[in-house]
Design a protein around this ligand. Structure first.
Ligand code: FAD
Length: 274
């Protein structure tokens, strides 16, 4: 059975909290293996991440995995969060470097995610199952694809148990990445991150920032629908469900959905898959 996990971001207002609750309630039907909650770089949403995982765990009954990014953070701050998460009974963490917010000068005590993974292992032993990020289309700051792959391997050697990829729309990039990682001796599961498409202009902005490529044929078909939100969503569901099917048929161990705190499109994709 492939694993299904869902990612949320921490809401900051009451309206956003209500939105999260609606999405979480609707997504109960999916019975995800766990849900994860993102972490704002530089500590800006530090407390919101902890508050949100608690909400998803206590009110909605999910197994949770807080994201923990080390950029801008000190060892003491990270140790305090690890203590808090351990005391709450959480068993999984998504460990990341994060990105330095503009205007922030100090990177903190850790430079790369591998250093954070090593620290979590030293500090908390085997308590946490650690997921790390992987980039089938290459991290935008990497010198080259091979260097990026070696850096990915170093996170696994530091103690990561699994990886979740940046989203992509080209399944060959994923299969190639998994093959290359396995050739280098990486044996942990690499779960593809799936971005449901509901708002195409927002997706384009995200993709430019994180280095995910939107294939020309998808962009052209989306543009042909202009402002017709329903047609864009329907095309998005069809394209992403087909991607998921190819990934699972090709041996992907699971799917991790970037829900953006909305249920409808993720549910429609999973419905199409079944
Ligand atoms: P790293 O693995 O440290 O890699 C960062 C870059 O440094 C890469 O280019 C790598 O090749 C290079 N590198 C690594 N080690 C070395 C070395 N020793 N020498 C030289 N170069 C090196 N961001 C957030 O702020 N909050 C989140 O909650 C969050 N969640 C995410 C979830 C997933 C599944 C993914 C895929 C990304 C997420 N991100 C999040 C974004 C992520 O923080 C950024 O992509 C960030 O730029 C890199 O983080 P990383 O953990 O992959 O870093």
């Amino acid at each position: 059975m492939p694993s299904i996990s869902l990612e949320f971001f921490p809401p900051k207002t009451d309206e956003q909290r209500a939105q999260l609750d609606r999405a979480a309630t609707a997504l109960q039907a999916v019975e995800p293996d766990y849900v994860s909650v993102t972490f704002g770089a530089g500590g800006s949403t530090l407390s919101y991440t902890a508050e949100t995982v608690q909400r998803l765990h206590q009110q909605h009954g999910f197994h949770v995995a807080p994201h923990l990014s080390c950029m801008g953070g000190s060892r003491a701050e990270i140790a305090a969060l690890l203590d808090e998460y351990r005391a709450a009974g959480y068993r999984r963490i998504v460990a990341l470097r994060g990105d330095l917010p503009s205007g922030m000068a100090t990177p903190g005590d850790f430079r790369y995610a591998a250093e954070l993974v090593r620290f979590i292992r030293e500090y908390s032993g085997d308590h946490f199952h650690i997921e790390v990020a992987a980039y089938p289309e290459v991290h935008p700051q990497a010198d080259d694809a091979l260097a990026d792959l070696r850096h990915f391997k170093s996170k696994v050697e530091a103690g990561a148990n699994g990886a979740i990829t940046q989203y992509f729309f080209n399944p060959d990039a994923y299969f190639r990445f998994v093959d290359d990682a396995q050739r280098l001796g990486v044996a942990v599961p690499i779960v593809p991150g799936i971005m449901p498409i509901s708002n195409f202009s927002q997706l384009k902005r995200f993709s430019d920032a994180c280095g995910a490529e939107i294939p020309r044929w998808i962009a052209k078909r989306m543009q042909a629908h202009g402002d017709d939100a329903a047609a864009i969503r329907e095309l998005g569901v069809e394209v992403v469900a087909q991607l998921c099917r190819r990934l699972l048929d090709g041996g992907a161990p699971g799917l991790h959905f970037y829900t953006l705190n909305r249920a409808r499109t993720t549910l429609a994709i999973l419905d199409r898959l079944h």
